[in-house]
Structures are given as C-alpha cells and as structure tokens.
Write a protein that binds this ligand. Structure first.
Ligand code: ZN
Length: 101
C-alpha cells in the first residue's frame, strides 16, 4: 500500500483515502470549436502510459476532497513528490536522468 502525502492536509495518509484520476497537466484546448476531430479525440481519450516517471492527478476522496498532482515512478511505485494544482513539478524524468533526485 502506498502512503500518500496530501499537500492540502499536510499529512501522509493510506492510499485507500485517495483515487487516481489519470495523467496530470492535460490542458483543454483554448478553442474547442476550432479543433479538428483528431485534436479533440487526442485531448479527450489519449493519455501517456510511460514506464518510469509519470505525473498523475489524484483526488483525496476520503479527506479534504481536493485534487492534487503526484510525481511517481510507475515501475518502482516510488513517490517523488505531491504538489498542489496549478504548481509545476520539481522532479521530472529529465531532471532524474541528469543525476538529480
Ligand atoms: Zn487532503
């Protein structure tokens, strides 16, 4: 079981209190009516599924009921960080490849 730090509650809590909501940092197209079917379909349905470092959105359903983002390794399940919505991750696959942790 994962122990997840909620950046809003400020506590580590059991994974059972949270719900994973998929890839983080998905931006809605600014002009949906100007999108092609291909662009709209990509936005609606296609997500990355990387092996390794991934940024995910999570929901603290049994706690503060707020959404936040997490940087997690999909192979090792290591959680590098959690951060509030609107913030940018400090850990990325590129920063880890450069030797930072
Ligand atoms: Zn919370």
């Amino acid at each position: 079981m994962l122990h997840i730090y909620c950046p809003y509650c400020g506590e580590n809590r059991d994974q059972d209190e949270f719900k994973a909501k998929g890839e983080a940092h998905i931006s809605r197209p600014l002009d949906p009516m100007g999108c092609t079917d291909q662009q709209w379909g990509d936005y609606m349905f296609f997500r990355k599924n990387p092996r390794g470092v991934h940024h995910e959105m999570w929901y603290h359903v049994a706690g503060c009921r707020k959404f936040f983002n997490m940087t997690r390794d999909t192979v090792t399940y290591r959680i590098y960080e959690t951060y509030k919505m609107g913030e940018q991750p400090s850990v990325t696959a590129e920063s880890l490849a450069g030797g930072q942790s």
